[in-house]
Design a protein around this ligand. Structure first.
Ligand SMILES: [Mg+2]
Length: 225
């Protein structure tokens, strides 16, 4: 086999983050008897902007958690406690370890053939709790989380840390599996390892650079066999 080591991104590769986020978001707003749909688009925009700032090191994880609700409540002129909303949201999100179809099978299969690791940009306590709830934790003794190591994907240092943790020095023996083109695929390519882009929407930009392309994790076996 060409590869000895597989690095998996977590969300939207193995974990259903869309469902997890919607579950936590809806529950947070229902506690105030508010309709979550009235806030969804604004939250998405604010959250996206704060994540960019978090990735650039401009805000801390703690600020990100609270400010996204604080900014949202101010925009809607709601006098609500953003810290409380953030705590509710994180508490529920942390319990949402929903997996995508075929994720468990794919990981179990890979775990007997490769050294495997999880490499994720996320809030450490949330990602660790979701992993614990998912049934995947025992397959991943090595979990590399941006908030813990201090570098988010696509920074080369986080890929280097992951490879060191998994004990593989030969970059030609490592494959990164991810859904986010900029962070997972471009980041891993620039670090110098092969990539498997999980892109369920299909259709790739002609300029996109990747080693393999699959539309779901069930396509991974044929790529690495
Ligand atoms: Mg992802």
């Amino acid at each position: 086999m060409k590869y000895s080591t597989l690095l998996f991104d977590a969300d939207e590769v193995l974990f259903d983050f869309t469902k997890a986020e919607a579950t936590a978001f809806d529950a947070t707003f229902r506690q105030y008897q508010l309709n979550p749909q009235d806030f969804r688009d604004d939250y998405t925009e604010i959250n996206h902007r704060l994540w960019k700032q978090f990735s650039a090191g401009e805000v801390s994880g703690e600020q990100l958690r609270v400010q996204r609700f604080d900014q949202l409540f101010k925009r809607h002129r709601l006098k609500l406690d953003a810290s409380r909303a953030a705590a509710t949201y994180i508490n529920i999100l942390s319990q949402c370890g929903f997996l995508l179809p075929h994720a468990l099978d794919a990981v179990a299969w890979c775990s007997t053939r490769f050294s495997i690791g999880l490499i994720t940009n996320g809030l450490a306590d949330v990602q660790r709790a979701r992993l614990a709830h998912s049934g995947l934790a025992s397959y991943f003794p090595k979990v590399i989380i941006s908030e813990e190591v201090g570098y988010p994907k696509p920074h080369p240092r986080i890929f280097e840390i992951a490879c060191e943790a998994l004990g593989e020095k030969d970059r030609s023996r490592i494959l990164m599996i991810g859904d986010n083109y900029e962070t997972d695929i471009v980041g891993a390519t620039e670090f110098g390892i092969d990539t498997c882009w999980v892109n369920p929407k299909g259709g790739t930009d002609k300029k996109a650079i990747f080693t393999y392309h699959i539309d779901g994790i069930n396509g991974l076996k044929s790529v690495v066999s």
